[in-house]
Design a protein around this ligand. Structure first.
Ligand code: ADP
Ligand code: MG
Length: 271
């Protein structure tokens, strides 16, 4: 009886402590939450080549960043780790707070399908399917019925300016339209993160610019986006640039550097 009352008082006192069960007002005031974090992430391929060497990189919600570097420098390896398509040989990768190493392949697939959209240079559209069907397939594992998938796919295609191309197959679309279809597929499930590996690499400059504008729009609507690019002008126009060389992150620069930038987030922390 007395002990029970004491427990009750202790519980009540805890409940009155500032911050108990409430968000800490100071927490996250300056910084958006981390969506992807690599901590000393290293990838050594079978055969012994180390394509990524102790990479430290934190991407916060709402960011739009370019990853630049010469061919063979490890950009795709970095993107594959960020997107959980591959696991690091050592070090740690976190996606939306989940330690990738702690998740089973099945849980990892679920995290990826739910939260991450991918765009690749080669589009990877199924040639025998229409634009609508290609995009609708981006929702296959989301528990949405056939007609719901088609409605959402049509909406996503309208969003990328292809509302008039729903029934076209890839060979009936221009390169830029194919990539916009691939972007619609990447975002149809409304992922938090879009990872794009050289999305303009196969496009003429006008189509490439349209694709970049589209990625900017998606970012403005809240999607966190990382884009690998060879295009210096494109990279220079983005708010953050991560430069990679020989598997190492050599530079991590923001156009507007905040005075309140936390220790350990700059490029000097990685070297
Ligand atoms: N699956 C793989 N097996 C072995 N080596 C690989 C594999 N993928 C990439 N590499 C090598 O790792 C290095 C980095 O490759 P990658 O990440 O594709 O670079 P980038 O995208 O910057 O061109 C290259 O030397 C490449 O040959
Ligand atoms: Mg690559």
């Amino acid at each position: 009886m007395t002990r029970a009352a004491g427990r009750f008082r202790r519980t009540a006192r805890r409940a009155e402590e500032p911050g108990f069960g409430e968000p800490d007002p100071a927490h996250g005031k300056h910084l958006a939450p981390e969506v992807i974090a690599l901590r000393a992430a290293t990838k050594t391929y079978a055969g012994g080549l180390t394509a990524l060497d102790h990479a430290d990189l934190t991407i916060r919600q709402g960011e739009l960043l370019a990853i630049v570097g010469p061919s063979g420098s490890g950009k795709s390896t970095l993107l594959n780790l960020m997107g959980t398509l591959d696991r690091p040989t050592s070090g740690r990768v976190e996606v939306l707070g989940h330690d990738v190493a702690a998740l089973s392949d099945r849980r990892l697939s679920a995290v990826r399908a739910r939260w991450i959209g991918f765009v690749f240079q080669q589009f990877f559209l199924a040639p025998h399917l229409t634009a609508l069907e290609n995009v609708a397939n981006g929702l296959l594992y989301h528990g949405i019925g056939h007609s719901g998938r088609r409605d959402r796919a049509a909406e996503a295609l309208r969003r990328v300016g292809l509302g008039h191309r729903l029934d076209h197959r890839p060979h009936e679309l221009s390169g830029g339209e194919r990539q916009r279809t691939a972007i619609a597929r990447a975002v149809v499930a409304r992922p938090r993160i879009v990872l794009a590996d050289e999305p303009t690499g196969a496009l003429d400059s006008a189509s490439g610019a349209a694709v970049v504008d589209l990625l900017r729009d998606l970012n403005a609507q809240g999607t966190t986006i990382a884009v690998i690019t060879h295009d210096q002008a494109l990279a220079a126009a983005l708010p953050r640039r991560v430069r990679i060389l020989d598997g190492r992150i050599r530079e991590d620069g923001r156009t507007v550097l905040s005075a309140a930038q936390p220790a350990g987030s700059g490029p000097e922390a990685a070297s």
